[in-house]
Write a new protein. Structure first.
Length: 142
């Protein structure tokens, strides 16, 4: 059994394993990066280092209106490349899930080059997409 953080983007819910999240934070002032990948909103300071901030809405091509910045959150995500932040609309809950509760796809679904999903889980009468991994986009401009 593992703990998952459920977050909202537009009208959809997603889940990330808590063990990959170092911290949940408010969105600070971001430093823009000239010619950055369209998914990258800018840089922030985290634990004395700079960290890129990925806009999950742009990554998944969600078309609904972005909520006020004051309600959005950053998930500080730990990967093999270090830390980066994922900007999400809101945190919905933290729940414990057994692997058997996650209904897998017939194969891993990759959304673009940066997001890999694992399956779905039913939560409060809706389906939540369980994310397997998130990667930073390549540095070249798209």
């Amino acid at each position: 059994m593992s703990d998952y953080i459920i977050f909202t983007m537009g009208v959809s819910d997603y889940a990330l394993e808590v063990s990959n999240i170092d911290r949940i934070d408010q969105i600070p002032n971001l430093t823009p990066i000239p010619n950055a990948h369209p998914f990258i909103d800018g840089l922030m300071t985290y634990q004395g280092h700079t960290a890129k901030v990925i806009n999950f809405r742009k990554m998944t091509n969600i078309q609904t209106e972005e909520p006020p910045l004051s309600t959005q959150k950053l998930l500080i995500y730990r990967s093999s490349d270090g830390f980066f932040a994922i900007k999400v609309d809101a945190i919905r809950d933290i729940i414990a899930l057994d692997d058997a509760q996650i209904k897998p796809y017939s194969h891993h679904v990759k959304v673009g080059a940066c997001l890999r999903t694992r399956g779905v889980v039913e939560y409060k009468k809706s389906l939540v997409v369980v994310i397997d991994s998130v990667n930073l986009p390549e540095d070249e401009v798209v």
